[in-house]
Design a protein. Structure first.
Length: 384
């Protein structure tokens, strides 16, 4: 048995994800555990389908075990997203390989870029660029050019390479013995509308929400879809009740972003207007969306930094059961969020927060769902 892990969102699962799984298995991995974002995603948005629906699609297309990545990690920037997922994977205690996609497909080049970032963020040049108002990604890339060749600096220019590099850093930071491997991405770039067999998840989401056919690019999901526009009034209402210090405490609200958000919320009449009024060269749209969602849900910096108190299984097949049998995990593992909430005080706090997030997410469907579904939803079990 050789167990591989994949950090994912599967929002939605598409041909590129299936290709990644196939390449991972071709490298000798026999069992695959996916750590998957729940109902909130890294771009500061909600998932187009709920986590159990997405878990089922993943299990039907090559994944063996799906473990939830809690909202307090899935709504973090690349470093926090990678750290939270790596801690969950490491806690399993049986994973041999972490497989992830990248634009270049060269693990040695990504390792070099990871070391370059670790050095660059400690330099005076990087600090100078940040103080001049550059965004973190722009300052990092420009400062890196002062110390490294163009090819190293260019590696951090794409979202998938950025996440890949952060996965490597996260493994190093927890002194993990898990072997990293990367699979070169095929097809359209992240968030691109270009069409081929491997179009981006963003383009597929637009098709799903627009009622257009997407069967050529992804398995068709016959389940209700969630749309953040249905939460817009609720989000704006919550944001209008917050004080300036509330925005400063929320995750990803750094370098004056909290103050800009507070002022934007006082003037804006829509979410898109909040984003527009907050946007500067320093703050990327993704960081603004994450800060908005964290302020809305109440994810503060301290809570975002908490280590996981449990591992929640969303679904599994027969090989997934074998992964769980091989696990040497010091944390409680269960399919029931209610059962996990009873294992410790920390677990209760984290589980109850996740359930509240799902209660809010449940309002994003055309037919809203009641509260408490996260405590009662059964796991996805595929007996093959």
């Amino acid at each position: 048995m050789k167990i591989g892990a994949i950090i994912s969102e599967y929002n939605p699962f598409h041909n590129g994800h299936k290709y990644h799984i196939e390449k991972t298995r071709a490298a000798g991995v026999t069992h695959i555990a996916a750590v998957m974002s729940g109902n909130f995603t890294q771009r500061g948005d909600i998932a187009v389908c709920d986590k159990h629906v997405r878990a089922r699609t993943a299990l039907e297309n090559g994944v063996d075990l799906v473990i939830e990545l809690p909202a307090r990690y899935s709504l973090m920037a690349a470093e926090g997203f990678a750290r939270g997922a790596a801690e969950i994977i490491s806690a399993l205690g049986c994973v041999d390989v972490l497989s992830f996609g990248s634009e270049n497909g060269d693990i040695d080049a990504l390792k070099e870029a990871s070391r370059a970032i670790e050095f660059t963020v400690r330099t005076e040049e990087f600090d100078r660029l940040i103080k001049r108002g550059k965004s973190y990604p722009a300052a990092l890339q420009e400062a890196m050019l002062e110390y490294y060749t163009d090819d190293v600096a260019e590696l951090i220019g794409s979202p998938n390479n950025t996440l890949a590099i952060e996965y490597l850093s996260a493994l190093d930071n927890i002194a993990s013995t898990i072997t990293p491997m990367t699979v070169k991405r095929l097809g359209a770039a992240h968030d691109s509308d270009d069409e081929d067999e491997f179009i981006s998840a963003s383009a597929i989401r637009k098709r799903i929400l627009g009622g257009k056919d997407y069967s050529r690019f992804a398995p068709v999901i016959s389940a209700p879809c969630a749309d953040i526009s249905r939460l817009e009034t609720a989000i704006l209402a919550k944001l209008r009740t917050l004080r300036p210090e509330d925005f400063e405490r929320c995750y990803d609200s750094i370098g004056g972003l909290g103050d800009r958000l507070y002022k934007a919320v006082r003037a804006a009449r829509s979410l898109s207007e909040v984003y527009f009024l907050t946007k500067t060269k320093r703050f990327t749209l993704s960081s603004i969306r994450r800060a908005v969602m964290c302020a809305f849900l109440g994810i503060g910096k301290e809570f975002a930094a908490e280590k996981p108190a449990y591992l929640r299984v969303l679904g599994m097949n027969v090989r997934g059961r074998e992964i769980l049998s091989a696990a040497k995990c010091p944390l409680p593992i269960d399919t029931s969020l209610k059962a996990l909430s009873r294992t410790s005080r920390e677990a209760a706090r984290q589980a109850n927060f996740e359930a509240r997030c799902t209660d809010i997410y449940s309002l994003a469907f055309s037919v809203p769902r009641p509260c408490g579904v996260d405590f009662t939803a059964p796991p996805v079990i595929i007996n093959e």
